[in-house]
Design a protein around this ligand. Structure first.
Ligand code: SF4
Ligand code: SF4
Length: 386
């Protein structure tokens, strides 16, 4: 099978970060120090070589960039200061843009103007929908002598829009994940087939890595703090997703429940861990003390910033509601929803969501391939019985 060379590949990936890679002399020191490389995954040297040689198809078919958790060990020990860790990050951004056939990922990663326009457009949608709703039903229906949030933003309408939005975003994310699967699982030998049983039997590993991202811990004990912060963030985020997407009728209510009611403590837990984790991420990016925070791009700031804004505005809605202030409650609710819609529109498909899906998916696909190879070897090498 012929391999097409794309000489512009490393310049294209440099638009996504990691522009020191021409310094790399392929000594392999980075692969030797990486505690996650091995067992059939030779990175970062191999993927950097693909990039230098312009082997775009090979890079698109490589799960390796997703196996890197950006500990920075390889950059700290690179004799040429080629910064392989940031190059792996740039490759992940580039791959995310390549999997996204809408072209939106590339625009968001490479144009600050596109980021601002996307955020403003998305944030405008809830405002326009609320104005349209009240223009049709009459603004006088909004209760203003006490707080009745459901007269300002009727929960069943909000829930219907949330479900439609998530269906759209879910479809987008699923299509991108499908592109990734097609690239990685494309067989070099067209006759080779991966049995469906291998996909089914490895689903457990997909679920485990999706929930725990446990390979991160193999980077060493010094990275356990980052892993734990990430796990807390995921727990808070997932609780909020379940409450908003699956249980909004129960969660957005004008009833004031006692403090031990699950509606309150689930909300408090999720809000607190989201504030803690997003603040830790933002402080890390400001300080730039660790490798993972040293080379932030504008898109890297979006997720923790939106999470922090979402959590703080959520608390304020809660506080204003308890204080009995109708307009501050309604205004803050609108800001909260606008921020969350903007976050989802700019993050799904390119940001944290993409990373959360692509990483476990890459590990899963590697496991599927290994399982298929392990089963194929004895068969191919079996002695004839007669
Ligand atoms: S990135 Fe650095 S350590 Fe890795 S192969 Fe290139 S020169 Fe060697
Ligand atoms: S950043 Fe860490 S995990 Fe990633 S390639 Fe370098 S050493 Fe390996």
């Amino acid at each position: 099978m012929s391999t097409r060379v794309h000489p512009e590949l490393h310049r294209d990936i440099a638009r996504f970060g990691g522009d020191d890679i021409t310094k790399c002399m392929n000594c392999g020191n980075c692969t030797a120090v990486c505690s996650l490389a091995g067992d059939g995954a030779v990175f970062p040297r191999k993927t950097i070589r693909y990039m230098q040689l312009g082997l775009k198809d090979k890079l698109l078919a490589s799960p390796e960039p997703w196996l890197c958790y950006y500990c920075g060990e390889c950059s700290d020990t690179c004799p040429r200061d080629a910064n392989p860790a940031e190059t792996m990050m740039a490759m992940r951004r580039w791959l995310t843009a390549e999997y996204d056939h809408s072209g939106r990922g590339r625009r968001l990663y490479t144009s600050e103007k596109a980021v601002v326009t996307t955020i403003l457009k998305a944030a405008f949608i809830p405002l326009a929908l609320l104005l349209a709703l009240h223009a049709v039903t009459g603004f006088q229906r909004i209760v203003t002598d006490r707080v009745e949030l459901n007269t300002f933003a009727p929960v069943m309408w909000v829930w219907a829009v949330v479900l439609l939005h998530f269906a759209f975003l879910g479809y987008h994310l699923m299509m991108n994940a499908l592109h990734m699967i097609q690239h990685i699982m494309k067989p070099e030998d067209p006759e080779a087939k991966v049995p469906w049983a291998a996909y089914l039997l490895e689903l457990k590993s997909l679920a485990i890595h999706f929930i725990t991202q446990k390979r991160w811990r193999e980077c060493g004990e010094e990275h356990d703090g980052q892993w734990l912060t990430h796990l807390l963030l995921v727990s808070g985020y997932v609780i909020m997703l379940v409450l908003v997407v699956g249980m909004l009728g129960w969660f957005q209510t004008d009833n004031i429940y006692p403090v031990y009611h699950p509606q309150r403590w689930l909300g408090y837990y999720a809000t607190l861990v989201l504030i803690y984790a997003s603040a830790a991420m933002l402080i890390g990016r400001f300080r730039k003390r660790t490798q993972v925070h040293r080379f932030s791009r504008p898109t890297d700031w979006l997720f923790p910033s939106f999470i922090l804004v979402g959590a703080i505005t959520g608390i304020l809605v809660h506080a204003f509601r308890y204080a009995g202030w109708p307009w501050p409650t309604y205004g803050m609710y609108l800001i909260h929803v606008m921020a969350m819609v903007a976050m989802l529109d700019s993050e799904v498909g390119i940001g944290k969501w993409a990373h959360m899906i692509y990483r476990p998916l890459a590990i899963y696909l590697m496991n599927v391939k290994k399982r298929t190879q392990n089963q194929a070897v004895p068969e191919a090498g079996a002695l004839p019985t007669n």
